[in-house]
Design a protein around this ligand. Structure first.
Ligand code: WT7
Length: 650
């Protein structure tokens, strides 16, 4: 695992502009927060937990039996109650929770009162359909208001939601339904994608045909296309909610009851069901939304431009902003439809004040040209955020200048599906910003960069990122697989040290620079994709004998997927087959996992023990100078591969 190249992944050949002081305009945080939190980190979190509404107080702040944590033990609360009713009771029922913008240009505004009514109606509908506390509900919806409504309805009645990104294939949906053993699926007739209708219900039906677990399917009418229908199983959302009462008592939930499962890729072909619970999760997403974005619920118009199908959307579109009573934008479509200035038109129209997006999007905006944002009034923006992968300083500077008008602080936030909430980030008004650095651990968090032996590295050193203290929003286990939880995160340096899987370095000031994954996980457009998962999809094709997959640097998407494929017997290689294989992966996993390049090879470079040399493949894919390969069992294949990969870029 010791890859001397991890540092160069991000820093080689780049220039780093000097640190910038944040604009004084955003200035809210109490400068003593870091000290306060360090003095007594459990009390610090307790203080944030007290901002929420509890139905029963907790007895103990933290029970830590490494690697298992319980936060706010025996406390009771309801997440939907905290995200909705609490604000209505405080007199903010008329405040807008979401300004929703549909892809075709239709819009909908939901105040806290209206959102609460919708959530209660659907909660009552779910109850009538037999859904109860602890039941798993799969949600496969596009970015329409019914998505957060469905999540909050589950939270209100104590059902566990498992949201599957609507861009995932039906096969991916089947795996997630089976793993969580869900009896209920919530989907839509279709979703809009750049002017086309994607038949989502058809994909849902394919999934429901491949597993017999789903007894009830609720379908939101969004696109109006014809859909296959199974009487008795399928129900229209508008019909099941039509006569429902807009009042539903929130179920008192234990702080440690499961709020949701969200699947993410690991180093094997089987995705991991990350388990998040109620009290600690809500505490940390609420606290980070408030402090990292310097949120003023009464005046801000906050926009996290992620998809709710990923953890970013769970924590920073749904739970964090709503827990703070914020007004958010919710956008259904793509950034380049109908025009490549769609985002800027939205910022201008709604006078967005905070924008949180991913480096890959920023790089696309850069490519489309600074004239597009310049054509809109973006002066409402006062704070920008970045998440998903290391942001390259060029993109940071462009974002700062062309979107932030040179005046907005940028928060580069490091966290993971597993951490549930932001862990490493600057704080506006408190921390200097260095373009490309996530700077320092959020107050209360202990992030330590260690060497191979687990020893902290000194300033200037590089190594592996670890978290050495439990945190409220941490994952509690992997659904149905606690041994894998221990193995993946808590075995490398001991049971109380969380191994994040990221390389990191400390600069001379001790600030943290994330360098990318150190395992067999790729990061494409900020989305985690496992090499093994793509390989399994490829070898599942009848013509493929063997496949090895690696990520190569890509200017736009961070990494792009390169597949090295060996065909069976005397199958012929062709461009058509390469295209077919790329499509096959898209079918099996989803479009985001489609390899950018498929390279056919009669053999793969292997060690004498038969292990595929992925690092070598990565070097080949990135056109790097190759070292000594004579120790390989089949060294001759390497030069052939290196030759054939030239000019493989799309
Ligand atoms: C991985 C987690 C949680 C947000 C969406 C991705 C990378 C995330 C940053 C950042 C450098 C980052 C890491 C991490 N990552 N944010 N600001 N700087 N790297 O969630 O799919 O769970 O992926 O994304 O490699 O391990 P995820």
């Amino acid at each position: 695992m010791s890859e001397p190249a991890i540092e160069s992944l991000f820093t080689e050949g780049r220039t780093f502009p000097p640190p910038q002081e944040f604009a004084a305009a955003a200035h809210v945080n109490d400068p003593s927060v870091y000290d306060q939190a360090e003095e007594d980190w459990q009390s610090w979190w307790e203080g944030h937990a007290r901002q929420l509404r509890w139905m029963r107080d907790w007895d103990t702040t933290l029970e830590w039996t490494p690697p298992h944590a319980k936060w706010f033990v025996n406390g009771q609360l309801n997440v939907a109650d905290n995200c909705l009713d609490r604000h209505i009771d405080a007199g903010h029922g008329g405040r807008v929770a979401f300004h929703w913008i549909g892809e075709p240009g239709d819009t909908r505004t939901l105040t806290y009162q209206e959102l609460c009514d919708e959530v209660c109606k659907f909660a009552n509908a779910l109850k009538r359909l037999g859904v109860g506390k602890g039941d798993r509900v799969n949600i496969y919806l596009p970015m329409i208001p019914e998505l957060p409504i469905a999540m909050l309805a589950c939270a209100r009645i104590g059902a566990i939601h498992s949201v599957v990104f609507a861009g995932f294939s039906s096969q991916a949906l089947v795996n997630r339904i089976d793993d969580a053993d869900s009896k209920v699926l919530i989907t839509a007739d279709g979703s809009y994608r750049k002017g086309n209708v994607v038949p989502l219900k058809e994909a849902a039906d394919a999934a429901m045909g491949a597993t017999d677990r789903v007894e009830t399917c609720v379908v939101v009418q969004r696109t109006g296309n014809d859909v296959p229908w199974t009487q008795g199983r399928d129900h229209w959302y508008h019909e099941v909610t039509a006569d429902c009462d807009a009042h539903a008592e929130p179920e008192p939930m234990d702080a440690e009851d499961v709020l949701y499962i969200l699947y993410t890729s690991g180093t094997t072909g089987k995705p991991k069901g990350i388990v998040h619970t109620t009290g600690g999760y809500l505490t940390q997403v609420a606290a980070t939304t408030k402090l990292v974005f310097d949120l003023k619920p009464e005046s801000d118009v906050y926009w996290c431009a992620a998809d709710i199908g990923w953890v970013t959307g769970h924590s920073y579109i749904v739970y964090g902003p709503l827990a703070n009573g914020a007004t958010s934008l919710l956008y259904e479509g793509a950034p380049d439809h109908p025009g490549k200035d769609r985002f800027w038109e939205i910022v201008e129209t709604y006078k967005a004040t905070i924008l949180y997006t991913a480096p890959t999007a920023i790089r696309a905006f850069m490519k489309w040209g600074a004239e597009l944002p310049a054509g809109h009034d973006l002066s409402s923006l006062r704070l920008l955020g970045s998440v998903g992968e290391p942001i390259n300083p060029e993109a940071w500077m462009w974002y700062h200048q062309h979107i932030g008008g040179g005046r907005c602080p940028i928060v580069d936030t490091w966290w993971q599906t597993e951490t549930g909430a932001i862990m490493i980030t600057p704080l506006p008004g408190l921390t200097k910003a260095k373009p490309g650095s996530a700077m320092r651990a959020f107050p209360g968090i202990k992030a330590v960069v260690v060497d191979e032996q687990g020893k902290p590295v000194p300033p200037g050193g590089g190594g592996y990122l670890t978290l050495q203290r439990p945190w409220p929003a941490m994952l509690r286990t992997l659904w149905g697989d606690d041994p894998r939880y221990r193995q993946t995160y808590w075995s490398r340096y001991g049971e109380d040290v969380y191994f994040a899987g990221d390389g990191a370095k400390l600069d001379e000031d001790g600030h943290i620079w994330l360098l990318g994954r150190v395992d067999d996980v790729m990061n494409v457009s900020g989305h985690r994709i496992s090499t093994t998962e793509v390989e399994s999809a490829l070898v599942d094709h009848p013509k493929v004998a063997e496949a090895a997959v690696t990520g190569r640097v890509d200017e736009l998407t961070g990494q792009a997927i390169v597949a090295f494929v060996t065909l069976r017997g005397d199958e012929e290689t062709s461009d058509a087959l390469a295209a077919e294989l790329r499509e096959h992966v898209a079918q099996r996993i989803g479009k985001l996992a489609r390899p950018a390049n498929v390279l056919f090879t009669p053999d793969l470079p292997k060690t004498r023990s038969g292990k595929i040399m992925r690092r070598l493949l990565k070097d080949i894919a990135e056109g790097r100078e190759l070292g000594d390969v004579t120790t390989l069992a089949n060294a001759d294949i390497v030069s052939q591969l290196a030759e054939s990969s030239k000019g493989a870029d799309e």
